[in-house]
Design a protein around this ligand. Structure first.
Ligand SMILES: *[C@@H]1O[C@H](CO)[C@@H](O)[C@H](O)[C@H]1NC(C)=O
Ligand SMILES: *[C@@H]1O[C@H](CO)[C@@H](O)[C@H](O)[C@H]1NC(C)=O
Ligand SMILES: *[C@@H]1O[C@H](CO)[C@@H](O)[C@H](O)[C@H]1NC(C)=O
Ligand SMILES: *[C@@H]1O[C@H](CO)[C@@H](O)[C@H](O)[C@H]1NC(C)=O
Ligand SMILES: *[C@@H]1O[C@H](CO)[C@@H](O)[C@H](O)[C@H]1NC(C)=O
Ligand SMILES: *[C@@H]1O[C@H](CO)[C@@H](O)[C@H](O)[C@H]1NC(C)=O
Ligand SMILES: *[C@@H]1O[C@H](CO)[C@@H](O)[C@H](O)[C@H]1NC(C)=O
Ligand SMILES: *[C@@H]1O[C@H](CO)[C@@H](O)[C@H](O)[C@H]1NC(C)=O
Length: 311
């Protein structure tokens, strides 16, 4: 954990700067634990669940909700490292609140759309690592859960088993700044309007095996602004698929687009020229076979908007 970052977050968002310690009756957290990281100041308490036996988290948090005093219910992190928990149901945290939720589950495939209900106002970041999350089905949908957490600014999903980022997945989320969906080769498509109207977004990174992206997937801004959007498609196997140019419609922001590590021999004119024409501040970062003649259009017409590692 980056301590400076956490101190900064606490200072900016944590409200009153005070030391928070664990309640005296630690047994009520079992089989999880309340802990305070002594390396971080001010002190702040977190809840961590480990082990390889199933835990009924709903029952655990209902117990905490009853036993804890009102000023003992806010925590910095919820960290799940337990290897047996398979779903996170609606309202699992009851009225216990967190600023950061970190899930490293191994057996956790489904989260309910209301999983974050109760902590939706305080949650700043959600990170999943090694969760074999499967595609949404009705009420079980990680994207719907993110949409409920309206103050969430950072989302990181690593090593998922998702096959798609659905249409409108995160559309109009008011607070998201960084979205990273990485190391998920099972994802082959990104839906229409998936990241539309994300007024606060600064950074979107998708590392999957994307074959198809829906129209206006990245139309983050309906009014033009000059705040750069960092858009990374590093490592998506794009060499095998040609994206339609409509993918990039409606962004209305200068974009730093990174398409490295896709085995691209050249940048496809039919897809990317319309993109570069949208805004003279758009830039493509690539690692093509620079001298390939199919890059000539870039070399001749857009030398200031193209940075290739091999040129
Ligand atoms: C978990 O605990 C809750 C609350 O006590 C209960 O309603 C639910 O049935 C339990 N779930 C499982 C899978 O045992
Ligand atoms: C993982 O979850 C499944 C149900 O989805 C359950 O049958 C299995 O026992 C769990 N695995 C472990 C290691 O607990
Ligand atoms: C969300 O949580 C609140 C309490 O934290 C509860 O009153 C409400 O019923 C929950 N909403 C849903 C739809 O379950
Ligand atoms: C969360 O969002 C609500 C309204 O959307 C806002 O009033 C509140 O200040 C936010 N909370 C935090 C901790 O930022
Ligand atoms: C997730 O993907 C891995 C690797 O492809 C696979 O071994 C595993 O069975 C999948 N799990 C689920 C729940 O789909
Ligand atoms: C864009 O998102 C904001 C929330 O951040 C919402 O209030 C607004 O209605 C949305 N606008 C459109 C055109 O969807
Ligand atoms: C991508 O194309 C190359 C040949 O151009 C082929 O060898 C490779 O198997 C393809 N990969 C996928 C995932 O389709
Ligand atoms: C491009 O960037 C320059 C310098 O930051 C800025 O002055 C200009 O307005 C930008 N142009 C567009 C179309 O955003």
């Amino acid at each position: 954990m980056n301590q400076l970052l956490i101190v900064t977050l606490l200072t900016l968002f944590g409200g009153i700067i005070a030391n928070y310690v664990c309640p005296p009756n630690l047994d009520i957290f079992l089989p999880c634990e309340c802990r305070v990281d002594p390396g971080i100041l001010p002190l702040y308490r977190s809840i961590e669940c480990k082990g390889d036996q199933p835990i009924n988290l709903t029952a655990l948090f209902q117990r905490l909700s009853h036993e804890l005093k009102a000023d003992e219910k806010d925590y910095l992190y919820f960290m799940l490292f337990n290897k047996a928990v398979d779903v996170l149901p609606a309202n699992v945290f009851a009225d216990i609140t967190f600023q950061h939720v970190e899930l490293d589950g191994k057996n956790l495939t489904k989260v309910h759309r209301l999983v974050l209900n109760g902590t939706q106002d305080t949650l700043k970041s959600l990170e999943t690592l090694n969760l074999p999350l499967v595609d949404g089905n009705g009420d079980w949908d990680v994207f719907k859960a993110i949409n409920l957490a309206h103050n969430l600014s950072d989302v990181t999903l690593l090593y998922t088993n998702l096959t798609k980022i659905p249409d409108n997945a995160l559309q109009s989320h008011p607070s998201l700044e960084r979205i990273e969906i990485l190391m998920s080769p099972s994802i082959t498509s990104i839906g229409r309007n998936a990241f539309k109207n994300l007024t606060k977004v600064e950074f979107i990174s998708i590392e999957a095996h994307v074959k198809d992206i829906g129209d206006e997937a990245f139309a983050v801004s309906h009014v033009s602004t000059d705040q750069t959007l960092w858009l990374s498609f590093i490592g998506n196997n794009l060499n095998n698929h040609t994206l339609r140019k409509e993918v990039f419609n409606g962004i209305n922001r200068p974009v730093d687009l990174n398409v490295m590590l896709n085995d691209l021999k050249f940048i496809e004119e039919s897809t990317y020229e319309a993109f570069l024409q949208q805004n003279p501040n758009h830039t493509i970062h690539s690692d093509t076979e620079c001298m390939d003649s199919r890059n000539d259009w870039l070399r001749h017409k857009y030398p200031n908007q193209w940075v290739d590692r091999n040129c």
